[in-house]
Design a protein around this ligand. Structure first.
Ligand code: DGJ
Length: 789
């Protein structure tokens, strides 16, 4: 609901649990009065308008009529450069007379019952409110008093999600071009600085690492200059009170619906106010805004939680599911896939793929995904990107393969990397000008490839035609859309001199245009975004592709960190997670197959290993895993996700998914290293229903006999040599179940006392009451309400 107090010119944006209040100041600037826990609506909020009501030395007075008003201390919605606010501005514009001062003041506002979509950019979708008296969107128009330019500020409230969205549009109403040097999406000024900053940083095979630090005077700035949102810094920020934990304390979360170069900053001013801003990176950016044209900035979503980080994340997860991904994928059971990449890399033929597919069907897998290497003459990374036609590896091409896969009762998915061009390709020979590079300079390559010019509409048309043809002829159900290099040598042969400064943004606009066309033409295709793993995991891509390949790192322990961090903003249903081979191809670590599953199960499950080479033990384990996943898929993909214990700070990681009615949950429990003589563990589970009684049982899973070495002789009548033939044979066939655990407790006991887990193995004995977890060991506990007698 959005309220407008016309007398005091105040706007109150209210969600179920939060309030955001702005007002038009006496100078005409739009200022913020409050953002935090929900306030009852009042006709007048002027008592919240706290100012430094004194004449300050060494400052700039905005206007002689207001001798105590300096922009430097106001909490501004649209701060600019040039009138006395010395913090970083939202906007920086250059006019034809070379002046750079801007100042936007209130012109008018409009309450809306429908949220308008953004032109050319992804945006949150909002259903129309039935009740005309309940506006959910707001447009405030600010006017530059000297120049003919307007700033349109858009807002929307998502009551259930407790999210407020914002973005800004510059409209040139004059007759002269305005040069935009910076146009960020949104600014929030908080009155104090007693906050800590949480953000996600990383790199290839090490995405979404959680960092937390205290704020201090100055500017903290993260960004991407890579052309994609990047694994270095996800376009996400959280400001949390120092005492904020997963389950208590205050925090604010911010996310940006954008997939290119971004910047996110937090500035603590000399007056201890905190300014948060997000938007398109102003580094290497300029945009000529011609008369009668507008420039739209990407949407920012922000949320407030009074109950810790889990609530912040859950609010974002709800938003993603209900208002960001396309409605047909909301609650859609995401299929279990087998992907041939780590099984074969480029070395495959139809026979090999069919044997994987047949085995997949037997195991209960639902979707077969053909990864890189099926087109042109692509036998390695050096060629053929852009030539999406069949190669000699596949007899009858992908059409035939798809038909055969489908006749097994599997869905068919395919890999493409449309935003790239190989120098060794037909398309490059025909259109060298489509590659991103400068004619006078030898281009730097990434994975032997160049970017294709997505700012060129001809390229977009070409890709649309080629991909549409492929998707239709191969009757594709799923597409993995990859992007494996970052920007360099930025120069477009298509763009004019004036347009070059906006290349990175125009590239993203071209990409969005292509995705919009493809997802409209093929609404039934499930697209998965990938950029060498999570190099472009963002809310912009999720608007078109409801799931993302979270990381090229499929090692279970590494994935704990990556999935834990990613869950700050993105729900499990957005994360794809696969069980891969042992040892891990990324870190050469050996982790049990059950742990690989127990981690991957809290995402969209897949298998990415040569399933035709499984031992009897692995086959049996995987068959059970898949049956378990199918049984609990709804909860695993769409349950409310809670982080319980962090892999960044603990030896044991825990997370949980909970059903809406709190009758059922699954607890993931993971251990990095087996400790000697470990202490008792009793994790608290405060999210359950305090009055319900619960039965808690471990998922029945297997232990590999190899773990026990020669100790297996303790329980056998004969002597077996450690790692000898019989030992190996036994280990490959024998299904040794972990000890069953069963606990029965009430919700209040689980919340206040915790779950009293059985003692871990401590060298002396192995009884039914001992949990042997081991290095990289894990469990999934099924928590179910006990029906009342
Ligand atoms: C990078 C991806 O992240 C991998 O999963 C795989 O698809 C390769 N590209 C293929 O080239």
């Amino acid at each position: 609901m959005i309220y407008y107090n016309s007398k005091t010119q105040e706007f109150h944006l209210q969600t179920n649990d939060s309030s955001y209040i702005m007002k038009v100041a006496e100078s005409g600037h739009l200022i913020q009065l409050y953002y935090g826990a929900k306030l009852t609506h009042r006709e007048d909020f002027s008592s919240l308008d706290q100012r430094l009501n004194t004449k300050l030395g060494s400052t700039t007075i905005y206007n002689p009529s207001y001798e105590r008003l300096t922009l430097e201390t106001l909490k501004l919605e649209a701060p600019c450069y040039g009138k006395g606010d010395y913090r970083d501005p939202l906007l920086h514009l250059k006019y034809t007379d070379a002046s750079r001062t801007s100042d936007f003041v209130f012109k008018n506002a409009q309450l809306l019952c429908e949220k308008p979509a953004l032109i050319d950019l992804p945006s949150t979708n909002h259903h129309t409110t039935q009740d005309k008296d309940e506006p959910i969107a707001l447009r405030i128009i600010l006017q530059e008093p000297v120049k003919n330019i307007e700033l349109h500020l858009n807002y929307a409230v998502f009551e259930q999600a407790n999210v407020i969205s914002k973005n800004a549009i510059l409209v040139n109403t004059g007759s002269e071009t305005v040069q935009i040097q910076r146009a960020l999406s949104a600014c929030l000024d908080l009155s104090h600085n007693n906050l800590e900053l949480i953000h996600l940083h990383g790199k290839w095979i090490r995405e979404a690492q959680v960092a937390r630090q205290a704020l201090s005077p100055g500017i903290f700035h993260i960004d991407s200059k890579k052309g994609v949102s990047s694994a270095n810094h996800n376009p996400f920020l959280c400001l949390a009170s120092p005492d904020c934990s997963e389950s208590s304390g205050e925090c604010y979360g911010f996310g940006l619906l954008y997939s290119g170069n971004h910047q996110c900053s937090v500035e603590v001013s000399p007056y201890d106010q905190t300014r948060v801003m997000l938007g398109i990176n102003s580094f290497d950016f300029s945009w000529e805004l011609a008369p009668n044209n507008s420039f739209t900035t990407p949407e920012v979503v922000m949320t407030y939680s009074a109950n810790g980080l889990n609530t912040m994340s859950q609010q974002f997860h709800y938003l993603v599911q209900k208002h960001i991904i396309a409605p047909q994928w909301n609650n859609y059971p995401r299929p279990i896939q087998v992907n041939n990449w780590e099984a074969t890399y480029f070395d495959f033929n139809s026979k090999k793929l069919m044997s994987i597919a047949k085995q997949a069907k037997k195991l209960g897998i639902e979707l077969f995904v053909l990864d890189d290497g099926w087109f042109g003459h692509r036998d390695d990374e050096t060629s053929s990107l852009g030539d999406y036609f069949d190669n000699k590896k596949l007899r009858g091409g992908v059409n035939r393969l798809s038909k055969k896969i489908k006749s097994l009762g599997l869905q068919f998915g395919i890999w493409v990397e449309p935003e790239m061009i190989s120098i060794d390709s037909k398309v490059y020979k025909q259109h060298p000008e489509w590659a991103i590079k400068h004619a006078d300079r030898e281009a730097s390559l990434g994975r032997h490839q160049l970017l294709i010019d997505m700012s060129n509409p001809e390229v977009i048309d070409y890709l649309f035609t080629q991909l549409s043809h492929l998707f239709t002829r191969a009757n594709v159900d799923y597409v993995k859309w990859d992007h494996n290099r970052n920007f360099s040598d930025i120069y477009s042969s298509y763009l004019s001199h004036e347009e070059q400064g906006g290349f990175a943004h125009r590239y993203v606009l071209g990409l969005y245009r292509l995705l919009e066309k493809l997802t409209t033409a093929f609404p039934h295709i499930l697209f998965e975004s990938c950029s060498s793993g999570g190099n472009r995991f963002d809310l912009g891509m999720l608007s078109y592709m409801p799931q993302t390949w979270t990381s090229d790192n499929t090692d279970a322990l590494e994935r704990l960190n990556i999935q834990y961090g990613t869950s700050m903003l993105y729900p499990p249903s957005a994360m794809s997670a696969h069980v891969s081979a042992k040892p891990s191809h990324q870190v050469l670590r050996h982790t049990p197959i059950e742990t690989r599953f127990n981690v991957a199960a809290f995402g969209n499950l897949g298998y990415q290993l040569d399933i035709t080479q499984l031992t009897h033990y692995e086959r049996k384990a995987i068959t059970q895993q898949i049956a378990f996943y199918k049984k609990h898929r709804q909860l695993l993909q769409y349950g409310t996700f809670y982080r319980i214990q962090s892999p960044f700070t603990h030896n044991q990681t825990m997370w949980l998914v909970l059903s809406e009615d709190k009758s059922e949950a699954l607890l993931g429990y993971y251990q990095k290293i087996q400790q000697s003589n470990p202490s008792l563990e009793c994790p608290r589970l405060p999210m359950l229903d305090l009055r319900k009684e619960y039965l808690i049982q471990n998922r029945s899973q297997y232990l590999n006999l190899r773990n026990f070495g020669s100790l297996i002789n303790e329980s056998l009548p004969i002597r077996i040599k450690d790692r000898g033939i019989i030992h190996t044979l036994l280990a490959n066939r024998y299904m040794h179940c972990v000890a069953d655990e069963e606990y029965r407790l009430y919700g209040d006991q689980l919340a206040y006392n915790g779950l009293p887990l059985n003692t871990q193995f401590t060298a002396t004995e192995m009884t039914d009451n001992i949990r042997y977890i081991g290095d990289a060991g894990s469990r999934i506990y099924h928590i179910q309400q006990v029906p009342k007698a």
